[in-house]
Design a protein around this ligand. Structure first.
Ligand SMILES: *Cc1c(COP(=O)(O)O)cnc(C)c1O
Length: 375
């Protein structure tokens, strides 16, 4: 379908195109100077000692947990209101995802529920700054510390956000970012692992590169590894994108403000909340329908919006109710009631750096018309 207004769009300038072309004219398309430069730029930006670039956020989460020794028989506590990869990467290691319900305002994992989910098999907590919101991350880290659990921060949606002066990506023992084209910055596909722990970083470097060892030969493999490398072409794109992050955060703030000024006083909608003591780097802009609406009505509105040329989405359906999860663990609707209620009501609106005021007006006009039609 050809949409009038798109849900997301990358922001690529001539500088990115020039940087990619320069790599293409060079002799080194992978494991070259741009890889190191991208990793160093990330260390500097987030304020961490080590960065390991990989080919997706999913690969990053998986390698982070492998490097921490998480595997068969372990449990990892995470949120059911996230992108599927937060939970599937736990499953890939052989560990079991254990969900705790969310805070109804921030939509992040509710730190107060962590204690109740801990067993003798629990190894880690994997929180997410969902939609870019860092609220509660400090409380989650404190709760994890009480139970001696390692924090694997899935910061894939929060690049550029801060909580009380601490950048997203600086909370976990290991943290990961993702660079799919709808994220705050993109490399086409890509991801980044961040940590202050040299042993974890060195293990991730080896695992992403076929289990090769430090200083060892190209055909010497110390362990079972993968090819999760990120090419210098992608890294060159990422270096320019990261250098523009401040511009991106400001542009996204402008779009969030435009939505809030147009929809903030509509009692049929629950608007996303800007957390206190934080810098919010908006990933997506998700409004919710008031409690009296049913999921069927929400779905009808989404269909009507699509029909009117406005690309919208139901970020997110509950992770724990995906069919393969139900098959594996036997969860059923109602197990995480706050998540269920939120998931029934969400509508992600078109949101990207360069969306115009006219496009926002059009989206809001269509949304009001669709709301009127279902009432
Ligand atoms: C985007 C995202 C990922 C992983 O992204 P990739 O598509 O694998 O790069 C992981 N977790 C969350 C919460 C995400 O939003």
């Amino acid at each position: 379908m050809d949409f009038k207004v798109h849900l997301s769009r990358p922001d690529i300038s001539a500088a990115e195109i020039d940087a990619v072309c320069a790599v293409l004219r060079s002799p080194t398309l992978s494991l070259g100077p741009k890889l190191d430069e991208f990793e160093q730029a990330f260390c500097k930006y987030v304020g961490r000692r080590r960065a390991v670039a990989v080919n997706s956020g999913t690969s990053g989460l998986y390698l982070a947990m492998k490097a921490l020794g998480i595997g068969d028989g372990d449990e990892v506590i995470t949120t059911p209101f996230t992108f599927i990869a937060s939970a599937t990467t736990i499953m890939m290691t052989g560990a079991r995802p254990v969900f705790v319900d969310i805070d109804p305002v921030s939509l992040n994992m509710d730190a107060a529920r962590i204690a109740g989910a801990v067993t003798e098999r629990t190894k880690a907590v994997l929180p997410v700054e969902v939609f870019g919101n860092p609220a509660g991350m400090d409380a989650i880290c404190d709760a994890a510390a009480v139970h001696d659990l390692v924090v694997v921060e899935d910061s894939c949606e929060g690049l550029g956000s801060e909580l009380r002066g601490r950048k997203v990506g600086a909370f976990g023992k290991v943290s990961t970012f993702a660079f799919y084209p709808n994220k705050q910055i993109t490399t086409g596909e890509g991801g980044m692992i961040l940590t202050d722990d040299d042993a974890v970083a060195d293990m991730c470097v080896s695992l992403r590169n076929q289990g090769r060892g430090k200083g060892g030969g190209w055909l010497a493999h110390e362990r079972l590894g993968y090819n999760y490398r990120l090419s210098d072409i992608n890294c060159a794109l990422g270096i320019v994108q990261l250098s523009r992050l401040e511009e991106f955060v400001a542009k996204r703030r402008r779009v969030a403000d435009m939505y809030f000024s147009r929809l903030g006083d509509d009692a049929r909608l629950i608007m996303p909340q800007e957390p206190q003591d934080s810098v919010m780097s908006w990933f997506v802009y998700v409004v919710r329908l008031a409690d009296r609406y049913t999921m069927e009505q929400r779905n009808t509105i989404l269909q009507k919006m699509l029909g009117r040329g406005v690309q919208v989405s139901n970020y997110f359906p509950p992770v724990y109710l995906q069919p393969f999860m139900v098959d594996a663990y036997g969860w059923k609707e109602g197990d995480f009631p706050i998540t269920d209620a939120v998931c029934r009501s969400t509508m992600a609106l078109p949101f990207h750096n360069n969306i115009s005021a006219g496009e926002i007006d059009f989206v809001c006009e269509q949304l009001r018309a669709c709301l009127a039609e279902v009432d």
